[in-house]
Design a protein around this ligand. Structure first.
Ligand code: ATP
Ligand code: MG
Ligand code: MG
Length: 587
């Protein structure tokens, strides 16, 4: 297990616990269901769930689903699946307490949803995700909005969206007050109720907080709290035509769920005064949450914004949100990246207040470390060249034991059959070898890993002069346990028996972009890597026929490869290269 990280947010949490400011730490991860989660979100998930895990707290997966026009159920489902996958076995310790299907009934100003009675006992946490939805609080949020009106702190405004922007003005000079700002409480309440009742068309009126049009922080210039949208909501259904804006819904959803530390990324620093203002203006009876901000993840050679990832999907530069080249959690999972590698990566990069770009090698290193420890070894020949071992008769075979992991005997072994015809990698033979070539060449010898040494005899060529077969003799006395087992040769190569190898499609994935900062290009589609996917027909050792969707192996000398869960068929797996054995880009 990785060591628990330390950072400024964890320091704040520790100080709050030390001072007894809260009985239990409660965090949340609040995605908007308008796209798939990506590795950047994983940083936030690992921070929020990690803090809950380390402090015997809770973390809620909450959909920030207050904008019905951009959101879809497909995304709710994919996000739930992805979070469940990523948090893995943290789940039974940290998931927010919520009975299946529970919906809160609106309550008084306290507003604590009835399913959140008291902090849950450590052993009663649910083991599967039951997401929270901001839209479940619409009724409660509406009640809060009326409370603000009654306190004279919100008003109904009839300015058009364009006028509202113009009145707000640039940050450098004070804005102008709306002519509707001084409506009476009665008129505001009446108009807001009629907004809700559907009397007015989209955008005709808004509810705004009455704060300060001269504030240097434009977010405090009478920000919009509600707008009119005559559309059905994917989770709340029909029945609403006024929808709360992010700033209003977020702080109050945090409050309702008893969130103690509301952690978000740096672009929300300027929203924090509004977050605090709303909670304060309502004079809420319970402990109010506080917002803390950290720097987003930016990763070299990678794009994260959902809008841009959406474009890659829509223009078919990739095969979908879960294309193994995508930085989405669905894509990474399909590619074979273990959830633990993503979590370790998130812990390694740490949490700071300053934006920076993380080297691709940091993520790739986390993947390699995890797979090197856990992936079983197999033999696979990606670009086969036939080798005939002329002293082995057709039908004859020699069993060779192959360990599944060089550092972990507990992972067991399997038996390979050495037969007359085997395949080696075409690159492992050179008729005219370059200097220091340590593989098979005329007059030379190599060891077939787990098998024996073979000595070159001859080549067979086709009419065009291409080598189609290499003939060798097998020195069977060099097998393990045989008298010449310690005979030395310079090179050892992987191989498969032509008698029992299975055919498989193997997809060699590489970085999607050729430049470190694709987002800085005028059009990032001009820097797509044309070699981000190369497909080969490979020969695999027979044990791989039984490989299960998602399982990841090290193909010795070739890299890490995972069974594609979508395109594989019974006994005919399709493999995705998760990652190469070494960083080939920084050479
Ligand atoms: P994007 O800009 O990629 O569309 P978003 O911020 O709009 O992402 P949300 O669904 O609102 O997406 O994000 C949910 C949470 O994940 C937020 O708290 C957000 O701050 C955090 N988050 C999003 N992108 C990153 C990132 N690159 N690094 C760390 N956290 C992120
Ligand atoms: Mg967002
Ligand atoms: Mg976004």
């Amino acid at each position: 297990a990785p060591t628990t990280p330390t950072d400024f947010i964890r320091d704040i949490v520790a100080a709050d616990i030390e001072a007894g400011r809260t009985p239990q730490i409660v965090t949340r991860f609040p995605p908007e269901p308008n796209g798939y989660l990506h590795l950047g979100h994983a940083k936030s998930i690992c921070l929020n769930f990690g803090i809950a895990l380390e402090n015997n707290g809770r973390c809620n997966l909450r959909f920030d689903d207050t904008n019905p026009t951009k959101e879809e159920v497909e995304y709710v489902d994919s996000i739930t699946t992805d979070v469940r996958w990523l948090i893995g076995d943290w789940a039974d310790q940290v998931l927010g307490e919520k009975p299946k299907g529970a919906k809160p009934t609106p309550r008084d100003i306290d507003g604590k949803p009835d399913f959140l009675a008291e902090p849950a006992a450590a052993d009663s946490a649910p083991t599967d995700i039951e997401p929270f939805f901001a839209s479940d609080y619409f009724e409660q949020l509406y009640t809060y909005a009326e409370q603000l009106i009654l306190k004279g702190k919100a008003f109904v405004c009839d300015l058009t969206p364009e006028e509202t922007d113009a009145y707000r003005g640039p940050p450098t000079e004070p804005g102008r007050e709306s002519p509707y700002r001084n409506r009476s409480i009665e008129e505001n309440l009446d108009l807001f109720r009629r907004m809700r009742a559907g009397e007015f068309p989209d955008s005709a009126r808004t509810l705004r907080a009455k704060i300060d049009m001269a504030s240097p922080n434009v977010w405090l210039r009478d920000p919009l709290l509600y707008r009119i949208r005559h559309v059905e909501h994917h989770h709340a259904g029909a029945g609403w035509c006024v929808y709360p804006l992010y700033d209003f819904a977020h702080c109050l959803s945090d409050y309702l769920e008893g969130i103690t530390h509301s952690i978000c990324t740096l672009e929300f620093v300027v929203h924090r005064p509004l977050y605090d203002w709303i909670l304060e203006a309502l004079e809420l009876p319970r402990h109010v949450p506080h917002q803390y901000e950290f720097a987003k993840l930016n990763l070299a050679y990678t794009l994260f914004s959902k809008r841009r990832l959406m474009r890659l999907v829509q223009e078919k530069h990739v095969a979908g949100w879960d294309d193994p080249r995508m930085p989405t959690l669905a894509g990474l999972r399909r590619r074979g990246v273990p959830a633990a590698a993503v979590r370790n990566f998130a812990y390694r990069i740490g949490i700071t207040k300053f934006e920076s770009v993380t080297e691709a090698a940091v993520f790739e290193g986390a993947i390699r470390d995890e797979l090197n420890t856990n992936a079983e070894r197999r033999l696979a020949v990606l670009n086969p060249l036939k080798v005939v071992l002329t002293n082995i008769a057709p039908g004859e075979s020699y069993a060779c034991e192959a360990g599944n992991h060089p550092q972990n005997d507990a992972l067991g072994s399997r038996t390979l059959q050495l037969t007359r015809e085997v395949y080696i990698e075409a690159d492992d033979f050179a008729e005219v070898p370059p200097p220091k070539f340590r593989r098979l060449k005329p007059g030379g010898s190599i060891r077939l890993k787990y098998g024996c040494i073979i000595d070159y005899a001859d080549v067979v060529k086709d009419a065009d002069g291409n080598v189609v077969e290499v003939h060798c003799t097998a020195d069977l006395s060099t097998r393990r346990g045989e008298p010449n087992a310690d005979r030395k040769v310079k090179g050892t190569v992987h191989w498969v028996s032509a008698d029992d190898a299975i055919d498989a499609t193997v997809r060699l994935y590489d970085r999607l972009f050729t430049v470190a900062e694709p987002g800085a290009e005028e059009d990032f589609t001009t820097v797509l890597n044309p070699e981000s996917l190369v497909t080969v027909e490979a020969k695999l050792e027979p044990a791989l026929a039984a490989a299960q969707a998602g399982e990841c192996f090290q193909f010795e000398r070739m890299g890490y490869f995972a069974v594609d869960p979508k395109d594989s068929a019974e006994g005919k797996p399709v493999f995705n290269r998760t990652i190469t054995l070494r960083d080939t880009w920084s050479k």
